[in-house]
Design a protein around this ligand. Structure first.
Ligand code: SF4
Ligand code: SF4
Length: 236
């Protein structure tokens, strides 16, 4: 077993191992074991973990498995319903490096066109203000893919800053963050594993800011990932 797999097995996250972290640990180990079998060198594995590729593969598979779950089959979500794209504050939510790069690449060619802020000043810059649909749907990050609601009025309340029951992310976003937290802890001292603010990356891209500068301006303080992971963690 490689040193990185041993680190993944032994690192401790804030709050200990609830079911989500325990499962994320097993699945990240499987990813690393597969890479080991294929002879992938450590620098490449570290790059993949830093970018969030294991987390995205694991959470993506979980999300696919939830396609028929009531959260989706009973959701009120429809094209043009976009209260969930009105973002809280300047941050907009936690995304991983691969997601930030993909979002920037998809939005950069649209720089200068009217964006979501022409509809609502706190809307995501990736939104089309006329159709209220996502202009980069295929490149949207996991936080957008996992956010659903049975009631659009409740989403409108959340967008106004009012408390509401119903809207929120399904478990795959929590899994994404748990895998990334484990990867970050396991790579401590060898590589940094940053996260980014969705709203800042999107705004920088549509304002014509180059990728490296956009990543620099949208990079989170380290504690943001752990704060968000523990906020989303299901009760034991
Ligand atoms: S999460 Fe809410 S605002 Fe977004 S599409 Fe679904 S119902 Fe509409
Ligand atoms: S990336 Fe697309 S789906 Fe996500 S908040 Fe922005 S406009 Fe909405």
């Amino acid at each position: 077993m490689s040193g990185l797999r041993r680190r993944v097995a032994s690192v401790r996250l804030r709050g200990g191992d609830g079911p989500q972290v325990a499962r994320a640990r097993r699945l990240l180990d499987l990813y690393l074991a597969e890479a080991e079998r294929h002879g992938v060198p450590f620098p490449e594995i570290a790059r993949q973990v830093r970018a969030g590729l294991p987390a995205l593969r694991i959470a993506g598979a979980e999300l696919q498995g939830q396609a028929d779950a009531p959260a989706f089959s009973e959701a009120a979500c429809a094209p043009g319903c976009a209260f969930c794209c009105i973002l809280a504050g300047e941050d907009g939510g936690v995304i991983l490096e691969a997601e930030a790069r993909q979002l920037h690449a998809a939005l950069a060619p649209l720089a200068g066109a009217p964006d979501g802020r022409a509809w609502s000043d706190r809307a995501c810059p990736a939104l089309d203000p006329a159709t209220r649909t996502c202009r980069v749907y295929e490149a949207r990050p996991m936080i957008c893919r996992t956010y659903v609601s049975p009631d659009a009025d409740a989403c409108a309340d959340v967008a106004r800053g009012l408390p509401a029951r119903g809207p929120g992310v399904v478990g795959a976003q929590g899994t994404l963050l748990a895998v990334q937290s484990l990867g970050r802890a396991a790579l401590e001292g060898a590589a940094q594993v940053p996260t980014y603010a969705l709203a800042r990356i999107a705004a920088a891209a549509v304002e014509g800011v180059a990728l490296d500068a956009a990543l620099g301006s949208a990079r989170h303080r380290p504690r943001v990932l752990e704060d968000e992971r523990t906020r989303l963690a299901p009760a034991d």
